[in-house]
Design a binder for this molecule. Structure first.
Ligand code: PNS
Length: 191
């Protein structure tokens, strides 16, 4: 059966017969749900680039923000969700959500078959490999898919964006305009 996502029919085939869906994971051959998890503190143009690319491959993409009380984020969960929602507004098959606990459990509840992660450089690989293999160990039928952002964003990270902004540098081409304004406001209020 052809996918309802016109971009996907040429690229990814439906799950082959015999594909063993994990309990609770949809075996609806015509719909592939992917989850793009992360901290997104804040969302950068690199994240947005990856989301745009993935929205063309998967029928439904859930950008899932980790609720992690241990980290000390610059933005609250609500602020990060707002910024993400603003950034993905033009993409009809992309939604924003939050999750806590194990990622694979969240994916199972959402009936997602794919975990999406971006790899910018070789340095990302080791950490991503560990996570992907751990997630596979926990839930073998959920696949991690790695995608590359545009080369222009291969050096970009939320951490560096925050550092540059805090030290007065320009972040104009690094984050969506609404995010830039919010970072500026945060930096100003903390000075
Ligand atoms: O953008 P980040 O901070 O690198 O994202 C890390 C994230 C959210 C993908 C990772 O911390 C995660 O999946 N956390 C959920 C907890 C979990 O499932 N841990 C076990 C698998 S490694």
């Amino acid at each position: 059966m052809l996918s309802t996502n016109p971009h996907r029919n040429c690229c990814i085939r439906p799950a082959p017969l015999g594909y063993n869906a994990p309990r609770g994971v949809a075996l609806s051959e015509d719909k592939i749900i992917a989850i793009y998890p992360g901290s997104f503190d804040p969302v950068t143009n690199g994240h947005v680039d990856l989301i745009e690319r993935a929205s063309k491959l998967f029928d439904r993409l859930i950008v899932a923000l980790l609720l992690n009380p241990e980290k000390d984020p610059l933005f609250t969960v609500e602020e990060r969700v707002e910024m993400l929602k603003e950034a993905v507004k033009p993409l009809a098959n992309v939604e924003v959500d939050t999750f806590g606990g194990l990622l694979v459990e969240y994916a199972r509840r959402k009936r997602a078959r794919v975990l999406l992660r971006g790899i910018r450089a070789v340095s990302d690989y080791e950490y991503e490999l560990q996570m992907a293999l751990m997630n596979r160990q926990l839930q073998p039928e959920i696949e991690t898919v790695f995608m590359l952002p545009a080369e222009a964003y291969s050096y970009l990270s939320s951490h560096l964006v925050k550092e540059v902004a805090q030290l007065g540098g320009s972040i104009r081409d690094l984050v969506p305009p609404a995010v830039e304004a919010r970072i500026r406001a945060k930096v100003k209020s903390s000075q």
